[in-house]
Design a protein around this ligand. Structure first.
Ligand code: FMN
Length: 405
C-alpha cells in the first residue's frame, strides 16, 4: 500500500505538500483553510525584526503561466509570533516560520529564537527574496539592506555565517531558502556547513514583464505607476527549478531538500522527487486554483505510486539523476521522423523550419521526408507538429514512444 507520509528534517509530515511562504500564509484563516484542504505544512509569510520598508502586493500574470511578483506584504516579528501562536493553538499543521534577519549576523539567531518561542516547528531562513537587497545592489542604491535577500544568498561565506547563527540559537530544524540567482548547489553546501538541517529551492529569479509599448513603455501593473524588478514564479520557472534541485541533490546527497517552483500537477510533483526533492512547495498553483487542488495532487500521486509499485516517496527520489551526465558522455541514437500522411494537415510547419532541410511538401501540401540522410534526429519537428503527425523511428524500425503526459 503506497503512502505519502514522510519525515523531513525530523518533522513527521502526513504528505509532502507544503504551502510556500507568501500572502497564502499571512493570516490564521488561510492557514486553517490550508490544513482543511490537506496541506502537511505551511511556511508563514516573511517576517523581520524590523520591517525594512512598506510595500504591498502587485502582480502581473501573462497567459496564466508567467507570474510576476515584484513585491509583497511584510510582517513584523510580533505579527509573525501572533500568527505562529494562533496556528499552533488551533491547527495540527506543521508551521515553518519564514524570516529574514537584520544586517548583523547574530540578529538571525535572535529572530529565529523568537519564532521558536512562539511555537514554530521549523525556521525557514529567506536568503533568496528577489525584492530585497539584490535590486538595491544592482542599481547601486543604499536601500533595503545591501546584503539581504537574494544578494545574501549568493555569498557563501555570509550564508554559512547566518546559517550558523540561526541554527545554534534554536533547537528546532532550520532550513535555508536558496535563490536561483546563485550557485545553489554550492550555497546549499555552505548552509549545511553552517548547520542547517534542510534547504528549500527555488525562490523567484528576477524578471520584468512586457511594458505597455503603445504608452511610452509604462508598466502594466494594476496598482502601481512604476515598478521594481519582479520575482518570476509559476509554471515558467519549473524547468529552472528542476535543474537547481538536481544540482543541489547531486552535490549534497544527504541533505533534506524541499523542491518547488512552478509545480502545478501531481506529475510535476513526481518529476521533482525524481530529481531529488524530499518534499514539495507550492505558491502560484494555489494563487490560481486554490488549496482545494491539494486533493488532486494527493489522489494522483497515490494512484501513480500504486500503479508503478512505489511504496513511498523515498523509493522515487533521485531516480532521474543517474541520466544526467556531462555533455561529452551523452549517448546518441540514430532516429528519423516519419510522417503519418493520414494525420498531416499540410500546414507546412516542419517544412518552414530554417535549421532543417529534410522535409518537402508534396502536391497535396502534405509533408514528405526527402533528405533523410541529413537528419540529426533532434526531435524539433516531432515535438512541434501541430497535428502530431510525426513519429520518430529508430534504425531497427522501432518507434519511439512519446512520454505519457
Ligand atoms: C506573491 C508572492 C509572495 C511571496 N512571498 C514570499 C515570502 O514572503 N518569502 C519567501 O521565502 N518566498 C516568497 N515567495 C516565493 C514563493 O514562496 C515560492 O518560492 C515561489 O513563488 C516559487 O514557487 P511557485 O512557482 O510555486 O510560486 C513569494 C511568491 C509570491 C508569488
Amino acid at each position: 500500500m503506497a503512502t505519502l507520509k514522510n519525515e523531513f528534517a525530523g518533522l513527521q509530515l502526513k504528505n509532502p505538500f507544503i504551502v510556500a511562504s507568501s500572502e497564502l500564509t499571512n493570516t490564521l484563516e488561510k492557514i486553517q483553510l490550508a490544513e482543511k484542504a490537506g496541506a502537511a505544512a505551511v511556511s508563514t509569510k516573511l517576517c523581520f525584526l524590523q520591517v525594512p520598508f512598506w510595500a504591498k502586493p502587485y502582480h502581473k500574470v501573462e497567459d496564466r503561466i508567467i507570474f510576476f511578483s515584484p513585491s509583497g506584504d511584510r510582517m513584523s516579528v510580533e505579527d509573525a509570533q501572533r500568527l505562529v501562536e494562533g496556528a499552533k493553538k488551533t491547527t495540527d499543521i506543521k508551521i515553518i516560520a519564514n524570516m529574514m534577519g537584520p544586517s548583523d549576523v547574530e540578529g538571525w539567531g535572535v529572530l529565529a529564537k523568537k519564532l521558536e518561542d512562539a511555537g514554530a516547528d521549523m525556521i525557514e531562513m529567506n536568503m533568496s527574496c528577489p525584492n530585497i537587497g539584490l535590486h538595491a545592489k544592482q542599481i547601486g542604491a543604499k536601500q533595503a539592506g545591501g546584503a539581504a535577500g537574494a544578494s545574501l544568498g549568493q555569498n557563501a561565506e555570509l550564508s554559512e555565517a547566518v546559517s550558523r547563527a540561526a541554527s545554534s540559537a534554536v533547537k528546532i530544524p532550520v532550513m535555508a531558502k536558496l535563490t536561483p540567482e546563485g550557485p545553489t548547489a554550492l550555497m546549499a553546501e555552505a548552509c549545511s556547513k553552517g548547520g542547517v538541517a534542510a534547504v528549500s529551492a527555488i525562490n523567484c529569479p528576477q524578471s520584468l514583464p512586457s511594458p505597455d509599448i503603445y504608452n511610452g513603455g509604462r508598466p502594466t501593473y494594476t496598482n502601481t505607476n512604476n515598478m521594481s524588478f519582479a520575482g518570476l514564479c509559476g509554471p515558467a520557472i519549473r524547468p529552472l527549478a528542476y535543474r537547481h534541485i538536481a544540482q543541489i541533490r547531486t552535490k549534497n546527497p544527504d541533505l533534506n531538500i524541499a523542491g518547488g517552483g512552478g509545480l502545478m500537477t501531481w506529475q510535476h510533483c513526481v518529476d521533482m522527487i525524481m530529481y531529488g526533492a524530499d518534499v514539495l512547495t507550492f505558491c502560484v498553483l494555489f494563487y490560481l486554483k486554490g488549496f482545494r487542488v491539494i486533493k488532486n495532487l494527493e489522489e494522483g500521486m497515490l494512484k501513480f505510486m500504486e500503479e508503478q509499485g512505489y511504496e513511498n516517496i523515498g523509493q522515487m527520489r533521485d531516480l532521474a539523476l543517474k541520466y544526467i551526465v556531462t555533455p561529452d558522455k551523452v549517448n546518441y541514437s540514430n532516429c528519423v521522423p516519419k510522417v503519418d500522411q493520414s494525420k498531416c494537415t499540410g500546414c507546412g510547419s516542419c517544412v518552414n523550419m530554417s535549421q532543417c532541410m529534410i522535409f518537402e511538401q508534396g502536391p497535396d501540401k502534405k509533408a514528405v521526408v526527402t533528405r533523410e540522410k541529413e537528419c540529426y534526429g533532434c526531435g524539433v519537428c516531432y515535438w512541434t507538429c501541430p497535428a502530431k503527425a510525426i513519429s520518430m523511428v529508430n534504425e531497427d524500425g522501432t518507434v519511439i514512444d512519446p512520454p505519457k503526459k
